[in-house]
Design a protein around this ligand. Structure first.
Ligand SMILES: C[S@@+](CC[C@H](N)C(=O)[O-])C[C@H]1O[C@@H](n2cnc3c(N)ncnc32)[C@H](O)[C@@H]1O
Length: 290
């Protein structure tokens, strides 16, 4: 074969390989190996099509998410729920369907566009409307033991340090409260090259963090649901004001110790003097101080 033919063949092979690597980096692993901002960018791009791509099945959502969550919260009529990496508000949506849940919901995500879609949905009433927060899950801007249920679905594999996110989720769960998250499984997990945890690894992490009654439930083709409980404390601990307002319970994600003070158009921190906007769609924009 002539040299020119060889160089064309080489060029085509290299182009194919580069395309395959790019496809894997951007589409299959959704930017997770390129950092949190690339993941947010990828979800910003897909946000408007996300719900139609996913086509959530209402019966499955009821059976696997809403009913078990309501069971976990049955003794807590004013429960607070935090959905980490809420996307377009899947968990807030199933919980806010009529009947059953009378508490408050916070949905947090690092993609502003996913939150735009969530915020635009037709939430039944102003009181039932979830509070959406634009923020990376590596720092959850709430006091310890604040929530009765903390969830994170189809998201842990996209976090830069999932161990840290899990620690944060456990920190903000009240004693006796429940956690639910997902574990990627099957060939989809293998393509994430070590980003997904094995069942044993995940159960060991939950045990290390002091959780009990952990159980893995087969859910979707490429995800298991994992439920766990934070043990009831025997003495001491934090007493929460059941009438507290969600908006007045947000901590500064930078100082972490200081509750943000509501002001016209946003929130400000008395510690570091950062200001955060509450956008016209109601989303609290912690990810980008003004
Ligand atoms: C596959 S979607 C799942 C959304 C929703 N939980 C659901 O089940 O439909 C993954 C979500 O994780 C969010 N995400 C990824 N990394 C994040 C991070 N570090 N902090 C907060 N959200 C993150 C993405 O923006 C995206 O909305």
């Amino acid at each position: 074969m002539e040299a020119a033919t060889w160089s064309w063949a080489g060029f085509l092979v290299l182009t194919f390989l580069a395309g395959a690597v790019l496809y894997w980096l951007l589409v299959i692993s959704e930017g997770t190996f390129l950092g949190a901002s690339v993941v947010a960018l990828m979800y910003n791009w897909v946000a408007r099509r996300y719900d139609s791509l996913k086509q959530f099945d209402a019966d499955c959502e009821e059976l696997f998410l809403r009913q078990p969550m309501l069971r976990e919260l049955r003794d807590r009529p004013n429960a607070w729920v935090l959905d980490v990496a809420t996307g377009t508000g899947r968990v807030p949506w199933v919980l806010s369907l009529p009947g059953g849940f009378g508490g408050r919901i916070v949905g947090l995500d690092s993609s502003r566009e996913m939150l735009c879609v969530a915020a635009e949905k037709d939430w039944a009433s102003a009181e039932r409307r979830p509070l959406f927060i634009w923020q990376n899950a590596m720092v959850l801007p709430f006091a310890d033991e604040r929530f009765d249920l903390v969830s994170s679905l189809e998201a842990m594999e996209f976090m830069p340090r999932p161990e840290q996110v899990l620690e944060e989720m456990v920190r903000v769960t009240r004693s006796g409260g429940a956690l639910v998250l997902t574990r990627r499984r099957g060939w989809a997990a293998r393509l994430m090259l070590g980003k997904g945890w094995s069942k044993e690894r995940l159960l060991a992490e939950l045990f290390r963090l002091g959780l009990e009654s952990s159980r893995v439930v087969r859910w979707q083709m490429d995800y298991d649901l994992v439920w766990a409980r934070k043990p009831e404390r025997t003495k001491g601990g934090i007493d929460l004001d059941p009438k507290a307002e969600l908006m007045a319970s947000i901590f500064c994600p930078k100082c972490r110790e200081v509750v943000l003070v509501p002001e016209v158009g946003g929130l400000h921190c008395d510690g570091c003097h950062r200001r955060y906007r509450v956008a016209t769609d109601g989303v609290v924009e912690l990810a980008r101080p003004v």
